[in-house]
Design a binder for this molecule. Structure first.
Ligand SMILES: [Zn+2]
Length: 355
């Protein structure tokens, strides 16, 4: 009997790891900022910087390689020792998932328990169609002003590391301005092959298992600054998608580079155009046609670019992702992304963003 238990040491190890992490997560959740963010997460980022900052390629490649090696090694061993069975294989893959589930919360996920930016700013208030249309017209004027001063956008190889290093101080100053984080070392890289993240329905991601964020190298260059700012907000320990959108908007708007500001405004425009198409489709068509040709072709190029990459079962991914967000206290699920227009209007009313 005891011998049988020993044989499944990897199962007991993953269960023990899960129980320990569960205990730790629940202790930290009570005061996520004081116990987790300030004492653990800040140190984790500093140690990570010390160990890995000299590695230029995405560490997720190593993670994929190790995972692949472990799974293949164990399955080959099962076969050689003639101990393979379907149930045992499922149990082993389940242990790997359980291990990652525990690790996800230890390395980052407890930040979900922190107080939201919206409640810190007490960002409540009336948001109606009248305010929406007023902001839409104001946005159109800002976009026209910015686009008329931009001749071309940098290509991926022109951005390289410079985008991350230019955004980093802006991320820090924005977080300090709202008193929501310390100036942590940040890691965000472009990931190849192009479309790698689009396949999974994302343009960027924070991967806590290696402590790095990634932006798909296939992303349209107009979207790169805003998307990277969003992912860097995740690296700062911020979890809520809608709030990371808001932070990314403010980070790019705080830049003196018109291209970064345009990137933020185009992101806002895409959310507002979607809302408008739902609210009043005939007016949506009229409004879009009223935009200058350059802005219309930017929007078209972005859409063509996104649609040129295949996606893996989007309905299944959206369903699972929605459950994941809701189970972490984001009651609106995937819809939390689209609160950007409302929050920007309310921020402006409070004088927290310049009109
Ligand atoms: Zn995100």
């Amino acid at each position: 009997m005891f011998k049988d238990l020993i044989k499944y040491w990897w199962f007991w190890l993953s269960v023990l790891f899960f129980l320990l992490s569960y205990f730790w997560i629940n202790c930290c959740k009570i005061e996520a900022e004081a116990y987790y963010y300030s004492r653990f997460y800040v140190s984790f980022r500093q140690v990570f910087e010390l160990l890995f900052s000299s590695i230029k390629f995405p560490l997720i490649y190593i993670w994929i390689g190790v995972l692949f090696f472990v799974v293949v090694f164990v399955f080959v061993r099962f076969l050689i020792k003639r101990t393979w069975s379907f149930a045992k294989s499922i149990l082993f893959l389940g242990c790997i998932c359980l291990f990652h589930f525990s690790l996800f919360y230890i390395l980052w996920g407890i930040n979900y328990a922190g107080k939201s930016l919206i409640s810190r700013l007490n960002l409540k208030g009336d948001y109606n169609e009248c305010k929406f249309y007023f902001e839409l017209d104001s946005l159109k004027a800002r976009l026209i002003g910015l686009r008329s001063n931009i001749t071309e956008f940098p290509k991926l190889n022109e951005y390289n590391d410079s985008l991350k290093f230019e955004l980093e101080p802006l991320v820090h100053s924005t977080f300090v301005e709202f008193n929501i984080g310390k100036a942590l070392p940040l890691s965000c890289k472009f990931i190849h092959p192009k479309g790698f993240l689009f396949f999974w329905g994302a343009s960027g991601v924070y991967w806590p298992f290696v402590g790095e964020a990634y932006v798909d190298a296939g992303l349209h260059s107009i979207q790169m600054p805003y998307t990277m700012a969003h992912e860097m907000s995740h690296v700062m320990g911020w979890t809520d998608e809608g709030e990371c959108n808001l932070l990314a908007y403010m980070i790019c708007k705080n830049s003196n580079k018109l291209i970064y500001q345009y990137s933020a405004e185009i992101a806002l425009l895409r959310y507002m155009l979607f809302d408008l198409s739902v609210m009043d489709f005939p007016y949506y068509k009229l409004f879009r046609a009223s935009l200058p040709n350059l802005i219309q072709s930017d929007l078209d190029e972005i859409n063509i670019n996104i649609n040129s990459y295949p996606e893996f079962l989007p309905w299944l991914r959206n369903y699972v992702y929605d459950i994941f967000l809701k189970s972490n206290g984001i009651t609106e699920g995937s819809r939390s992304y689209s609160y950007l227009p409302k929050w920007i209007v309310l921020m402006k009313e409070r004088g927290l963003i310049k009109r």
